[in-house]
Write a protein that binds this ligand. Structure first.
Ligand SMILES: *[C@@H]1O[C@H](CO)[C@@H](O)[C@H](O)[C@H]1NC(C)=O
Ligand SMILES: *[C@@H]1O[C@H](CO)[C@@H](O)[C@H](O)[C@H]1NC(C)=O
Ligand SMILES: *[C@@H]1O[C@H](CO)[C@@H](O)[C@H](O)[C@H]1NC(C)=O
Ligand SMILES: *[C@@H]1O[C@H](CO)[C@@H](O)[C@H](O)[C@H]1NC(C)=O
Length: 476
């Protein structure tokens, strides 16, 4: 046993330092497609039309017909990306004899209801949280039937928006879902009573706590940058060179986009502030916030430092970019924390314009970023122009319970204290069966990642609590 542990530790260390970082610990899967009903809530408009919903399955650990189903409720991206970043599920599946299923969210990845015209505004109406939850319920029902798994308990897992979905599955479909792990799930955003201005100040806090001079340097750099931009064409030219932009900035709108691109980088560095290197757009180093801060502090010229710090997210530590194409690397949208890129960013923009009310912009008071406001009025105007929709927050609060979740049971809500989303999360346990845990030194859903020799003790403890709860739910 001890020898096995040592061997495993050795293997993990090799993984961490090897260049095939992401692939070495990830199990394979079988990719499948389910004929999913287009519209669960309307008997008229789409009849019984279906689309192909992708899901991934691994049954090598399953105690067939007896073991639980671990069901990842896919969020705003291709499901393969979540498969790659959710090693916790694979680490514990053998102990539980579990079947592992990862389901893709409609309108993301390969699960496009209308093929290449999916993102035309008139085709977006079927992108709702309710429809996605309905998809997961019908897929679970189908799997239980076809796999002779009618007595197998289902545990949902998810992180971030996927964590919200994981909790909602337990709220809405307790007939199918025995318990839920909801990691870094800011469900309190969907209430009208929450102060949602926590986000950019939490990002700022991560940087100010990383090194003593970091926050003042960043503020100073933005000041100098604004001054340069106010000089018109020569200033913009100089900024474009310092930031190594592929296409020089030609006006103030471009400059504003650059500011968004910078802020987006800092946002992701804070979210992904893991204690070991991890693969995202580029390969990020361990504790990337600290690395970005060092870039800021070590540069004699603050703007050069800012450019280097911002580039860390897009180019990683060993990237291949010759220059930065800020319009493909960052897309401005209804989510001030970023919508991602490519077609997925359109789907998330639509969700941020309808049911998912996110956070306001930065203000240069409680946060270190330039003032880039995003008010409810701006959101309403943008969403109507872009998608011909108007957000309906009172519906979200009614439909997804708001803060009043005391009648739910069997959910673990976890949040890391480094995670800027924490302010929207459930931070206090409710009764004995809704348990909230804080992961000190943890960034965005660190607990869902596979075990790693650099894991802080807090995340090891959090995973233990999650395992104990799953065990309890399954046994009762
Ligand atoms: C997931 O990991 C595999 C193996 O490393 C890689 O080939 C694939 O591109 C990754 N997928 C995503 C979406 O990140
Ligand atoms: C489910 O049970 C039926 C009846 O016993 C059997 O014919 C079928 O092969 C089983 N399916 C699976 C996937 O085990
Ligand atoms: C991206 O990283 C590589 C490798 O570190 C470096 O050579 C290149 O200059 C970087 N690109 C930019 C635009 O800074
Ligand atoms: C932020 O606010 C301070 C204090 O009002 C001001 O001096 C500074 O120029 C502002 N910075 C930016 C980047 O707007």
């Amino acid at each position: 046993m001890e020898a096995y542990r040592l061997l495993r530790l050795f293997f993990l260390v090799v993984c961490v330092f090897s260049h095939t970082l992401v692939s070495c610990n990830i199990p394979s899967y079988v990719e499948k497609y389910f004929d999913q009903r287009l519209d669960h809530f309307n008997f008229v408009s789409h009849g019984d039309k279906t689309f192909k919903q992708r899901y991934l399955v691994q049954d090598q650990w399953w105690s067939q017909g007896k073991g639980p189903i671990f069901f990842y409720t896919g969020n705003e991206g291709p499901i393969t990306a979540f498969w790659n970043a959710t090693g916790f599920v694979f680490d514990i599946a053998p102990q539980f004899g579990a079947l592992v299923v990862f389901a893709e969210h409609r309108y993301y990845g390969k699960s496009l209801p209308f093929g290449s015209s999916t993102f035309e505004p008139q085709n977006m109406g079927l992108l709702t949280v309710e429809q996605a939850l309905g998809d997961y319920a019908m897929l679970i029902k189908y799997l239980k039937q076809t796999l002779n798994a009618s007595n197998c308990p289902v545990i949902t897992f998810g992180g971030s928006y996927g964590g919200m979905l994981s909790a909602y599955m337990r709220f809405k479909y307790p007939n199918f879902v025995t318990g839920s792990i909801a990691a870094s799930a800011p469900i309190n955003l969907l209430t009208n009573t929450v102060d949602r201005s926590f986000f950019f100040s939490a990002v700022t806090k991560d940087f100010s706590e990383a090194t003593p001079q970091c926050e003042p340097k960043v503020r100073q750099a933005f000041d100098v940058l604004m001054n340069m931009a106010s000089q018109g064409t020569p200033g913009l030219k100089q900024i474009s060179e310092t930031f190594k932009l592929c296409k020089p900035l030609s006006n103030n709108d471009d400059f504003y986009h650059l500011l968004g691109w910078i802020r987006n980088s800092f946002t992701f560095l804070a979210m992904l502030d893991y204690p070991y290197p991890a693969q995202f757009m580029g390969k990020l180093p361990a504790y990337p916030v600290k690395v970005a801060c060092k870039y800021m502090e070590d540069s004699t010229d603050v703007v050069t430092g800012l450019a280097k710090a911002a580039g860390l997210y897009y180019n990683g530590t060993d990237g291949e970019l010759q220059c930065y194409d800020i319009f493909t690397e960052f897309v401005a949208c209804a989510d001030q924390t970023g919508c991602g890129v490519g077609p997925d960013s359109l789907a998330w923009d639509f969700q941020a314009c309808t049911e998912i009310h996110l956070v306001p912009g930065s203000n240069n008071i409680t946060d270190m970023f330039p003032k880039m406001p995003w008010t409810d009025d701006m959101r309403n105007d943008y969403c109507y122009k872009k998608w011909k929709v108007i957000p309906r927050d009172d519906w979200s609060e009614a439909e997804f319970w708001g803060r009043d979740i005391g009648t739910a049971t069997n959910i673990v809500f976890s949040n890391g204290d480094l995670d800027p989303w924490r302010g929207g999360g459930v931070l206090k346990s409710i009764g004995s069966s809704i348990q909230a845990i804080t992961i000190n030194g943890g960034a965005h859903h660190l607990d869902l990642r596979g075990q790693n020799p650099f894991d802080p003790i807090s995340v090891i403890a959090a995973r233990e609590v999650e395992k104990q709860n799953i065990r309890k739910w399954i046994n009762s």
